[in-house]
Design a protein around this ligand. Structure first.
Ligand code: 13P
Length: 254
């Protein structure tokens, strides 16, 4: 079966409630422009319910995703959000191990691994992010860094679970910088990741896993990324805050 492409908008810590509702409504209304592409919106946690209600009200199949969670079902974890709570407000996806979580909040591969297992146990699709920094790329360490992140973040997952995971390759130097990876640079790492997945499970499982590219994806560079054989979608930051741009990118993956 060919892989269904998946384009997700990571709104990060942006917008307010009214604008979140407005953006979700616009994406839902124009969803048909990217028919066949799985679309996901990941608003800030406090707006999940509002965005979920907007999507449900529009009878839209656009999915709802969180940007983070803790790996515990409940308890004394002030300020955190549990996987069942995300499910409760209608989430089907959760972004895990985004480079901003890794660098600003100290998330390790082990923590991402625990979160991925907890997400799957709760019935959520984890979007697991990996990617090298500029210094690592310039030192020729891209393959080594991404290999460790993929192997350690996805360690111990059953083949059935691994097949559900979405991996997002987001080179840190391309995030929010306007410096997109070339399609060839991205494809090289995506192929590496698929090879690692084949080792972790099997070639058949690896062939099913969607691997998104993220980092300065815009409507005008999306098509050349989408043309690569192992790029199955995009994880979009800045450009996901405008319905026109988000749908323009999604269209490229249709
Ligand atoms: P930009 O698209 O703003 O570069 O952000 C990418 C990203 O971090 C998505 O998770």
């Amino acid at each position: 079966m060919p892989r269904t492409t998946i384009v997700a908008g990571n709104w990060k810590m942006n917008l307010d409630r009214a604008r979140a509702r407005e953006l979700a409504a616009a994406v839902a209304a124009r969803r048909g422009e990217a028919a066949g592409v799985e679309l996901v919106l990941c608003p800030p946690a406090v707006y999940l319910e509002t965005v979920g209600a907007t999507l449900a009200g529009a009878k839209s199949d656009v999915g709802l995703g969180a940007q983070n969670m803790l790996d515990k079902p409940s308890g004394a974890f002030t300020g955190e959000v549990a996987p069942p709570m995300l499910v409760d407000v209608g989430c089907r996806y959760v972004i895990l191990g985004h480079s901003e979580r890794r660098t600003l909040f100290g998330e390790t591969d082990a923590a991402v691994n625990a979160k991925a297992k907890a997400a799957l146990a709760a019935g959520l699709v984890p979007i697991v992010c990996v990617g090298e920094t500029l210094a690592e790329r310039e030192a020729g360490k891209t393959a080594a860094v991404v290999t460790t992140q993929v192997q350690d973040s996805l360690a111990g997952l059953s083949p059935t679970d691994l097949e559900k995971v979405v991996v997002a390759y987001e080179p840190v130097w391309a995030i929010g910088t306007g410096k997109v990876a070339t399609p060839e640079q991205a494809q090289e790492v995506h192929a590496l990741i698929r090879g690692l997945l084949a080792h972790l499970a099997s070639p058949a499982v690896a062939a099913q896993v969607r691997i998104q590219y993220g980092g300065s994806v815009k409507p005008d560079n999306a098509a050349s990324l989408a043309a690569q054989p192992d790029i199955d979608g995009a994880l979009v930051g800045g450009a996901s805050l405008k319905a026109d741009d988000f749908l323009g990118i999604a269209k490229a993956f249709a």
